[in-house]
Each structure stands twice: as C-alpha cells, then as structure tokens.
Design a protein around this ligand. Structure first.
Ligand SMILES: [Zn+2]
Length: 145
C-alpha cells in the first residue's frame, strides 16, 4: 500500500504521526500532472450498467448525461452517467475550483496562478487528493468532501 500523499511542505509535520506518508514537491511539473488529473477526473463519467467510460462533453461540445451506448433501466428510463469525481455542493469549494488560471510558460510547462485576493488552497488540496487516489485506484469513482 502506498499510503498518504501530501504536499512536501507539510511532510515533516505529518510524518511523525502517520505511517506510509509520501511527500510531493509542488513543482511546475507535479502541479501540471495534478491539475491535469483533476481536470480529467472532473470531465470523465462512466455507465454503471455497461461500463462505458468517457468524457461528459462530446466532440460538438454538448454534455452527455445518459449512457451513449443506450443503456436503460427496466422501466425504459435511460441510465444516467456516473461522474468519476463527485464534488459535494460547497459554494466556497466550487469558487476555489474555478479560480485557478493557467498559461503556457516559456519552458513548455503550464504555469498556474490565481487572482490576487482569492485562494487556491482547496484547489491544490483537491488536485493532490485526486492525483494520489487515482494513482492507487484507477478504476474507482472518487468522492471528496
Ligand atoms: Zn451503458
């Protein structure tokens, strides 16, 4: 078992009391990997009946809410897609998940920022949590909150 993955800045504070802690440096590379993982988990859903898995938006930009394979319940209702990442309704968390900005840096890496006066701590906490659990359990839905 891989254990807990934390921001390396907090690694030494936590390490004394928890087993299997892995520190992660927040570099441009690791932040890009974590943010990409978060984005992919937020736009991916699967069908609980046939196992189809894909992005919730299709190529023309419309949103899928039911199985594209046509799965239906016994009463004929279409089967709804199950989001890979379930985010509970928390207005502050939603705001922080939407505040993060990125641009392509000269190094070819994505550079992340957030407007002055806003916070992105929970964005990165969520990204780190999703990244660490996705690494361990690639095929399971993820819930945060
Ligand atoms: Zn299906």
């Amino acid at each position: 078992m891989r254990g807990l993955i934390v921001n390396k800045a907090h690694f030494h504070q936590i390490r004394g009391g928890v087993l299997n802690v892995t520190g992660v440096n927040f570099t441009d590379t690791s932040k890009e990997a974590m943010a990409t993982c978060l984005r992919e988990s937020m736009r991916t859903a699967d069908c609980p009946v046939c196992g189809w898995r894909g992005h919730v938006e299709d190529l023309d930009g419309s949103w899928r809410v039911t199985c594209p394979q046509g799965c239906s319940h016994e009463d004929g209702r279409p089967v709804g897609l199950r989001p890979l990442l379930h985010v509970p309704y928390d207005p502050d968390l939603y705001a922080e998940l939407n505040v993060e900005r990125f641009e392509l840096g000269k190094t070819g890496k994505l550079l992340f920022s957030h407007p002055e006066g806003t916070n992105d701590d929970r964005f990165w906490a969520t990204a780190l949590a999703v990244y660490s659990i996705t690494e361990k359990r690639a095929n399971k839905p993820i819930a945060i909150g």
